[in-house]
Write a protein that binds this ligand. Sequence first.
Ligand code: PEP
Length: 257
Amino acid sequence: MRKTIIAGNWKMYKTIVEAIELSNGLKREFYKLDNQGIEVVLCPPFTALSEVNEVITESEIKLGAQDCYWKDEGAFTGEVSCKMIKDAGCQFVIIGHSERRQFFAETNDTVNKKVKAALASGLTPIMCVGEMLAEREAGKTFQVLEGHVRGGLRDVSAEDAAKIVIAYEPVWAIGTGKTATPDQAQEAHKYIRDLLVKMYNKDVAGSIRIQYGGSVKPENTIDLMKQPDVDGALVGGASLQVESFSVIVKKASEVVK
Ligand code: PEP
């Protein structure tokens, strides 16, 4: 049994005051929800982590960062280590988001270093993988996914791999309003799960949660979450308002597999 996990990636949105307001609103909503059996993670910008942590401290909501660096400390201006992220109250960290791969030269190699550093410090990595539109149109989706998964998990033991979360995020669906169909999502998730069986074994592959990300909205949540290999969602735009994010969580919690 894999526990459904819904994470909100706030990207570069929300000042501290706005982040406190949003997390307070979500805390109020989730108290009303029977969200047993579902894990909810908020990933605000670094500047608001501590404040959001204070707001959610007595709730079941968990905290995540949007990136990390692989060294614990040192002369790395602008970077934030896993140790610092944990210190701010996080249990999760998003790694290898397509925006970081596209705009900040993130590679499978740097993703791999970050995944290993996160695991070593006790954080759960949410490792993002996914193809660009041109790659899908060229029939290269599985090839890209194999590169991202094998590259990101290079030299990660079976014991550690079992702890991670993978987010399948087709780049063409992120922030575009175009969602993968439930069949397209299931096909990619199944491919990733089968690959994990080959890389590790059935037990490990069966325990890794694979989230779908890419224009998840209240209207498409149920059909996506019903897919057997879709274990949750990484939500961008729709995680920025109390109403849309809490409806997504509520709908996801209603799906029984
Ligand atoms: C994301 O940021 O990971 C994402 C999937 O964004 P959106 O939901 O806005 O497409």
